[in-house]
Each structure stands twice: as structure tokens, then as C-alpha cells.
Design a protein around this ligand. Structure first.
Ligand code: FES
Length: 155
């Protein structure tokens, strides 16, 4: 049960953590990534507007379906400063997430089918295994040790 009154306009990081269930360390990380914002008190303590709770809820819901933070950040950047994600905003974003998830599921299904062919093989051949070298990308570069030369550290 939360001990923070609902009419509080600003939240400390501990209160935001308590309300959202998200660890303070994760909240600080979100802030470093520019996903949430705070103001600092004269004592240099973070204060979050209570609308940040909805932003954190949006981040967590998106993360829970596998959306990368970088993509979440791009969508949140559309929100005006200090505005909370509205129901409309969430519906639009979740439509985008659905397309992203469907594409991801299709990729995973293709990988599962390829993996099925690999089970019991163990060759890990750059020339034959589609998981090691999807769509034989190295062959498109012509002959030679492309993987070794392109990944070699600069001297
Ligand atoms: S491990 Fe042999 S084809 Fe993938």
C-alpha cells in the first residue's frame, strides 16, 4: 500500500519508485537516457512531476513487450515537455508496437525453422549454416576473409 498521497504534485525518486514499483536505479537510468525528466532542489535532490508516473508506466509496458528503450525514447520525444502519455497516445504507440512485434515474431519463426535444421548438425559452417551466415551475406562480398578483416581492430 502506497504511503504517498495522490494529490502530491511532485515526487521524490523514492516516492516515484514506490508508486511505480520500478527501482530507483532504473529511474536514474531512464533519466540519463532522457526518457524522464526531473528538476533539482537547492539541495540537488530530484523532483519528478507526478505525470512522470504515467511516463514510467508507458516505458514499463513497452519494455515488457520487448520494445527497445531507444525506440521508446523516440516515441516519447513526440510528447510535449511535462505532458503525460494519454490514452490516445498509448493506443497509437501500441499500434506501432504491434507492427514491430509481428515483424519480430516473423523473424523469430524464421530463425526457429533454421535452428531446427541445425539441431544435431554442429558444423557451424560460414559457408553452409544459415544461422552463422544468414542469407550468405559474406558471399555477396566476394571471396576472402571479410569477417576477419572487417572486425579487426584499427591499428
Ligand atoms: S550448424 Fe550445421 S547447418 Fe547450422
Amino acid at each position: 500500500m502506497s504511503t504517498v498521497p495522490w494529490n502530491t504534485k511532485e515526487l521524490t525518486i523514492g516516492e516515484l519508485s514506490e508508486r511505480s514499483g520500478v527501482p530507483a536505479s532504473a529511474l536514474r537510468f531512464y533519466e540519463r537516457q532522457g526518457l524522464i525528466h526531473s528538476r533539482r532542489t537547492t539541495g540537488n535532490q530530484r523532483r519528478y512531476h507526478r505525470t512522470t508516473l504515467r511516463v514510467v508506466a508507458f516505458i514499463r509496458a513497452s519494455q515488457n513487450v520487448g520494445i527497445p528503450l531507444s525506440v521508446i525514447g523516440e516515441v516519447l520525444a513526440i510528447l510535449p515537455e511535462g505532458a503525460a502519455p494519454t490514452e490516445q497516445f498509448w493506443i497509437r504507440a501500441s499500434d506501432c508496437w504491434r507492427e514491430e512485434l509481428n515483424a519480430r515474431i516473423e523473424r523469430l519463426e524464421r530463425m526457429r525453422d533454421l535452428f531446427t535444421e541445425c539441431i544435431g548438425c554442429g558444423c557451424l559452417s560460414f559457408g553452409q549454416c544459415a544461422l552463422v551466415n544468414p542469407r550468405d551475406q559474406l558471399a555477396e562480398k566476394g571471396s576472402g576473409p571479410h569477417r576477419l578483416t572487417s572486425e579487426a581492430p584499427a591499428r
